[in-house]
Ligand binder design. Structure first.
Ligand code: ADP
Ligand code: MG
Length: 266
């Protein structure tokens, strides 16, 4: 077996689940509903590179550059320093009037690719980590192009010395329109989930695919911890209640459970 070079995700438990990390040069899809922790995971990934002296490129379409920066600073991920030393570039692709060198004014895939290459050149020689959060935003208004655009991104970026994470955001009801494409070309898929259990929001992570990797197959419960960021709590047994159910179904299950418990003599 040839030994692949792997890059750290920035979270050691997840590196362990990945038999050491993400193989260098891969393009990995991080998928899940809003609020699951996708963006925060991506911040850790970039931060791990900065710690090792690698460059980072973070493309944000969902929140502003300032919002990304503030979030990263809450977890002490070294983004301010990265920007100051020009090891990190945050490309703002949120459509807005204010423009600078690191904004993308239209959500066009060609412009995105162009910008990534331009910034890569600027950062100079060496491996860089790239996050596109989210890639699916680039074909929101043209879902039929998802597959073709996904291939284009992969084909062009694979020629450069970079490991790429792209996020894809979708709700269950619209998974087709938003999710299609990215997973099909990705070398790996990391899925985030969330569920309300006993009235509390829980978050989970499972590695669904990682080429050339004997990865962990279990679903892990995770948490976002103030001042620290993403933390892995441990593997979880798959239970029916672990996945989000329609509200009405959930209510009936809980009601039935309460009835059962009410029948137990004190
Ligand atoms: N400082 C913090 N302390 C604890 N939890 C936080 C903190 N900052 C953000 N979060 C949690 O992280 C969530 C956002 O996660 P995010 O990675 O942006 O989700 P996604 O990108 O999947 O939509 C928030 O809704 C909140 O629950
Ligand atoms: Mg996000």
């Amino acid at each position: 077996m040839t030994c692949l070079e792997r890059v750290s995700t920035g979270i050691k438990e997840i590196d362990r689940m990945l038999a050491g990390g993400i193989p260098k040069g891969f393009i990995v899809a991080v998928v899940g509903e809003p609020g699951c922790g996708k963006t925060i995971f991506c911040l850790h990934f970039i931060s791990a590179g900065l710690n090792e002296g690698e460059g980072g490129i973070f493309i944000t379409t969902e929140e502003s550059r300032e919002s990304i920066l503030r979030q990263a600073e809450q977890f002490n991920l070294g983004f301010e320093e990265g920007l100051r030393e020009h090891k990190l570039v945050i490309v703002d692709a949120l459509m807005r009037s204010k423009e600078d060198k690191y904004t993308i004014s239209s959500l066009e895939v060609e412009e995105l690719i162009q910008k990534i290459i331009e910034v890569k050149r600027e950062l100079g020689y060496g491996h860089v980590r790239v996050v596109i959060d989210s890639l699916s935003a680039f074909w929101l208004d043209k879902p039929a192009m998802a597959r073709r655009y996904s291939y284009l991104v992969k084909k062009v970026l694979s020629k450069w010395n970079m490991t790429v994470i792209v996020t894809s955001q979708y709700a269950i009801s619209t998974s087709e329109a938003f999710g299609f494409g990215v997973e099909h070309v990705a070398d790996g898929i990391i899925r985030f989930r969330r569920a309300v259990r006993r009235g509390v929001l829980k978050r989970y992570l499972i590695i669904e695919k990682m080429r050339q990797t004997p990865h962990d197959l279990r679903m892990y419960e995770i948490a976002i911890v103030d001042g620290k960021g993403l933390a892995v709590l441990g593997p979880t047994a798959w239970r029916k209640e672990d996945v989000a159910l329609p509200e009405e179904v959930r209510r009936r299950i809980l009601a039935a459970k309460d009835r059962r418990e009410g029948e137990v003599p004190p």
